[in-house]
Design a binder for this molecule. Structure first.
Ligand code: HSE
Length: 367
């Protein structure tokens, strides 16, 4: 396999180093704005150099973001090159279009590192989907927010200080809004649900309520109740309709969730025959993420199909049926109330639009 590598940041440089260890994966060219010393490949600042190189059969996109990643990936697929990427934003936003391009051009598109970082989560969903019916996917899908919430719980720090620390340690995205408001977890949830359920749900229909409104007083109140707070993305397929959202959730201190701290992820699936399976590990970071990118390349080299699944039934998100107990805190007081997911997120939006203090967290039913 001759690879055109796009990007040489934390994940790109780790991928380059790991690809050197395998005879099948030769990085023939690197696209980056800067030139790097000591690399054993051609370096260019122009994507056309990679696109027009007939010897490059696979493009590994590790620049992230929507643009120019979208233009590069679609051009590569149209030119008959396989694409491996860690870009959850791109694949979640352009799901149908990019898979259709891969199918039409007889090439492969893989993005295992886009959800779960170093955990082979999407690969496991595909494998299990061949023998069982997956009915739910859920969990901690964002390392930055888990780091912030863990720090606030363990060290009783305020939100802003914990966010600064997460940024300093390199867990947060360049703009941490996507992490703290739940959009990053939402993109990973959409990919997971689409692959698990064989559907295509629009990202814009998945409500996200993040952790930017949480205070040290909320955390202290949760502690008194024997609970810890985690940002959870969850989707469930029931009677042909899908519910999906991202929201803080409260778990007992004695349960499994409470022990996933720092930037780690814990992602679970529920299926009819195998029951619940959980996967924990590094959800971010150079080498863990690069390891999934490299494993995707090796699968592509072995001739895998266009995408993880051929099924992508368009489906609207329906959050009207799922009812949960919520902790709700406004400027005046905190209360507990049972609401549908739709009603809870509509309430959150009203407070957000009115720029009034508000925080909510669903109370987990199990563990
Ligand atoms: N910012 C992301 C996170 C990186 O914190 O999980 C990995 O997708």
């Amino acid at each position: 396999m001759r690879i055109g590598l796009l990007g040489y940041g934390t994940v790109g440089s780790a991928f380059y180093a790991m690809a050197q260890e395998h005879a099948q994966t030769e990085v023939a060219a690197l696209l980056d704005l800067k030139t790097h010393d000591g690399l054993n490949c051609r370096q260019t600042a122009h994507f056309d150099d990679i696109l027009s190189d007939g010897g490059i059969d696979t493009v590994v996109e590790l620049i992230g973001g929507l643009h120019p990643a979208y233009e590069f990936v679609s051009a590569a697929l149209k030119a008959g090159k396989n694409v491996v990427t860690a870009n959850k934003q791109l694949i979640s936003a352009c799901y149908d279009e990019l898979i259709s391009l891969a199918e039409a051009n007889g090439v492969s598109l893989r993005c295992t590192a886009a959800a779960g970082g170093g955990i082979p989560w999407l690969h496991c969903l595909t494998r299990l989907g061949q023998t069982d019916k997956i009915t739910a996917v859920s969990g901690i899908m964002n390392g930055t927010t888990n780091y912030i919430l863990s720090a606030m719980t363990e060290r009783e720090t305020e939100y802003a200080d914990s966010l600064r620390e997460a940024q300093r340690l390199g867990y947060a995205e360049a703009d941490p809004t996507a992490d703290v408001e739940g959009y990053d977890a939402c993109r990973k949830l959409v990919l997971s649900a689409n692959i698990a359920f064989g559907v295509s749900i629009p990202e814009a229909q998945v409500p996200c309520f993040g952790i930017s409104g949480i205070t040290a007083r909320d955390i202290a109140a949760f502690k008194r109740m024997g609970l810890v707070c985690k940002l959870i993305a969850h989707a469930e397929m029931r009677d042909g309709s899908v519910s999906a959202c991202v929201e803080p959730m409260l778990f007992p201190v004695s349960g499994q969730m409470a022990h996933i701290n720092g930037p780690d992820n814990l992602i679970s699936l529920r299926a009819l025959r195998v029951g619940v399976q959980s996967f924990a590990g590094a959800g971010a970071g150079g080498f863990p993420t690069a390891s999934n990118v490299l494993a995707d390349c090796l699968q592509v080299a072995q001739g895998c199909g266009p995408f993880y699944t051929r099924q992508r039934r368009p489906l609207a998100v329906d959050n009207d049926a799922l009812k949960q107990k919520y902790y709700i805190r406004t400027a005046d007081a905190a209360r507990s109330e049972t609401l549908t997911v739709s009603a809870a997120h509509a309430l959150a939006l009203r407070y957000k639009n009115g720029q009034q203090p508000f925080f909510m967290a669903a109370v987990a039913e199990e563990n």
